[in-house]
Design a protein around this ligand. Structure first.
Ligand code: N01
Length: 538
């Protein structure tokens, strides 16, 4: 009997990493264009971030009627959101619905992680290595791996000594009831912590919150969506979504009509009160035109929030610890919670300021700080993500000429439009670093990026060329635009994942374009119309 070699695996048009919002839409577009597509997803199901982030209270702080796809009129009409801010489970149901509705699952291999991606210059294609042992080749490589999908390492010594329950918000894997009756610590006070703290407080015997930087937390004012409101939205969904595409942050703009000091102190306070009731990203932080550009103006809004904290939190010492004083309002992501500050009035909740006492180590049953020791039975790590570059570097993208992406970016991120990188042909990041993803309703950024990338690939195909790469000059221009834009704002003044400064040793580059999704879209569309200057087609 003669052995026959297995048939060669065909080269696909697009290899894509991730089956979240990005990868699913890329698969949809590829199918629409008749291109072959091979997607790889480490999780057993679709959803990306929304598959993994199942901690108690997880929900999106962008309103559900905006935080969803806009590419299909039928989809917009048939899906009905039930709450102003959708909980994680509902968003995951939605993403599963989309995958089924458009038959997208068949394009993906699940429980399959891409461990490296190598450009083969002679063949002019990418070869990805999979943790299942195989490889796959494609003409173009798309990273739909998300910006907030690689959990940050806990950079405090001693966690390995702790013998109680340890769980991280970004990989939550226990029922909340496992924390019932226990002495629990939550480390971190970002968006994830703000959402889970009130729910953990309800079941824990005692909850100690270890806070390094107090945040500005606004009441989310989540509520069920009334049927007539949903009907009204659906009757004008197309127009609403078009407005989002041309906005600043991917939700309808609420253009401020005044600067903070254009109005009297009384009027300013009244307006902050109304904005506080409204909540959302168009709340207090969006009330005046100069809140993100003028530190004095910003301080009026910051002090308003501190006043709210003093009103809500009964113990003045606790209130003082919770008052945000170390960065301007909005310079790092504001948080939206339900009963967050009220939770600190509970007798079973206390807060430790890590600015006054730092964590030195952990023992089998305690967190030891410079001032004392806190006995706990469970530790919840809500310490955030190695944003944008973490997921990209995990792909070990490399070319023979440029080496690995992490080496090319060793002194900071350099992209063209947050989509491509010079030296890495046919490699496309969906909602990547230096795109508007960081400061926008990310679904709007994702749809725009996938549309633009697939148009560009279609253009190259039509021209009969198969290598697409931005020039170093065009990339330098884009990096400068992102820097000049952010340097006009207060974003540049705060340490956070926005700048990479939350991860030890990570070069600090601002990881987003903050000029607005509308302006960005216009620039990208103009470049396409002009035949993609700044990109070499070969
Ligand atoms: O992470 P974070 P997150 N010791 O980086 C602290 C999106 N999101 O998962 O500020 C002690 O914001 C850290 O302190 P500091 C959203 O875009 C959205 O909460 O670095 N503390 C901080 O308090 C968000 O911005 C939603 O001083 C340590 C916290 O941990 C992004 O995801 C919900 C520490 C980390 O906060 C990330 O949010 C959830 C240490 N060693 C997430 N290391 C919604 O849509 C870190 N910290 C509602």
């Amino acid at each position: 009997m003669t052995e026959t070699a297995p048939p060669p695996v065909p080269v696909v048009d697009l290899v894509c990493v991730g089956a979240g919002f990005s990868g699913l839409y890329a698969a949809y577009k590829a199918a629409e264009k008749g291109w072959t597509f091979a997607g790889f997803e480490a999780a057993p199901g679709v959803g990306g971030t929304w598959f993994w982030n199942t901690y108690p209270g997880a929900r999106c702080d962008v309103e559900s009627i905006y935080y969803s796809y806009s590419f299909s009129h039928e989809l917009l009409q048939e899906w009905t959101w039930t709450e102003r801010f959708a909980p994680q489970a509902e968003i995951l149901r939605y993403i599963n619905h989309v995958a089924d509705r458009f038959d997208l699952r068949r394009h993906f291999s699940f429980e399959t992680r891409v461990t490296s991606a190598t450009w083969l210059p002679d063949e002019r294609l990418w070869e990805v290595t999979l943790d299942s042992g195989g490889t796959r080749r494609g003409r173009h490589l798309l990273a739909g791996s998300g910006g907030l999908s690689t959990p940050k390492d806990f950079d405090v010594p001693g966690l390995e000594h702790f013998t109680g329950t340890t769980v991280s918000t970004s990989r939550w894997n226990i029922p909340l009831s496992d924390l019932a009756g226990k002495r629990v610590a939550v480390i971190g006070t970002g968006s994830s912590a703000v959402q889970c703290i009130p729910l953990i407080a309800e079941v824990a015997e005692h909850l100690t919150v270890f806070q390094r930087t107090p945040n500005y937390v606004f009441p989310a004012r989540n509520a069920a969506l009334a049927a007539d409101f949903v009907d009204e939205i659906k009757s004008s969904y197309a127009a609403i979504r078009e407005e989002c595409r041309h906005s600043l942050g991917g939700i309808p703009d609420r253009i401020p009509d005044a600067a903070a000091f254009d109005v009297s102190d009384e009027e300013r306070h009244e307006r902050y009160e109304r904005a506080y009731e409204r909540s959302g990203f168009n709340g207090v932080g969006g009330e005046f035109s100069d809140l993100l550009t003028d530190a004095r103006a910003n301080e009026t809004a910051a002090e308003f929030v501190r006043g709210k904290i003093r009103e809500i939190v009964r113990d003045p010492r606790t209130a003082a610890v919770l008052e945000p004083r170390f960065h301007p309002l909005g310079a790092k992501r504001s948080c939206f919670g339900t009963d967050y500050y009220e939770t600190f009035n509970r007798p079973n909740v206390s807060v430790v300021s890590l600015r006054d006492e730092s964590i030195e180590t952990m023992t089998s049953d305690s967190i030891v700080t410079s001032a004392g020791s806190y006995e706990v039975e469970a530790v919840v790590l809500a310490i955030g993500f190695d944003a944008f570059t973490g997921p990209l570097f995990a792909l070990n993208v490399s070319t023979p000429e440029s080496g690995r992406l992490q080496d090319a970016w060793s002194e900071g991120v350099r992209t063209y439009l947050g989509i491509m990188a010079a030296g890495f042909p046919n490699f496309f990041m969906i909602a990547g670093p230096q795109s508007p993803a960081l400061a926008s309703n990310v679904v709007v950024t994702i749809e725009q990026a996938v549309d633009w990338i697939t148009d560009l690939i279609g253009h190259a195909k039509a021209e009969g060329v198969d290598v697409i790469e931005p020039t170093v000059e065009a990339q330098g221009d884009w990096v400068k635009i992102t820097e000049d834009t952010v340097n006009q704002t207060l974003y540049a003044t705060a340490d956070s994942w926005y700048r990479g400064s939350n991860v030890a040793g990570k070069p600090t580059t601002f990881l987003g374009y903050v000029g607005g999704v509308g302006k960005y879209r216009r620039m990208c569309t103009e470049l396409a119309k002009r035949g993609y200057p700044g990109i070499e087609l070969d």
